[in-house]
Design a protein around this ligand. Structure first.
Ligand SMILES: Nc1ncnc2c1ncn2[C@@H]1O[C@H](COP(=O)(O)OP(=O)(O)OP(=O)(O)O)[C@@H](O)[C@H]1O
Ligand SMILES: [Mg+2]
Length: 63
């Protein structure tokens, strides 16, 4: 994950919890300041995990 100017780039982000629970499986996307993005997905899709990794609350396994 890197930040350049107003753009956030997430590249091949993985989060594997204990007992081999794969919460994020190589997530990649770019965010720009002028676009609204909605994070949607069913229960357990990894939304909360993604936000926690992006705000530094937890570390990614990779990426
Ligand atoms: N602290 C944790 N330890 C182990 N596994 C976890 C932990 N937090 C989440 N998981 C698992 O990781 C996967 C993704 O969960 P996450 O909470 O990120 O999804 P979510 O999209 O936020 O779901 P919801 O819509 O229910 O809030 C699920 O399989 C969940 O059981
Ligand atoms: Mg959640």
């Amino acid at each position: 994950m890197e930040t350049e100017g107003q753009i956030i780039t997430v590249k091949d982000l993985w989060k594997i919890y204990k007992d081999n629970v794969i919460a994020l499986r190589g997530v990649s996307f770019e965010l720009s300041e002028d676009k609204l993005v909605i994070l949607a997905g069913p229960n357990g899709a990894g939304k909360t995990t993604l936000i926690r990794v992006m705000d530094g609350e937890i570390s990614p396994t990779k990426g």
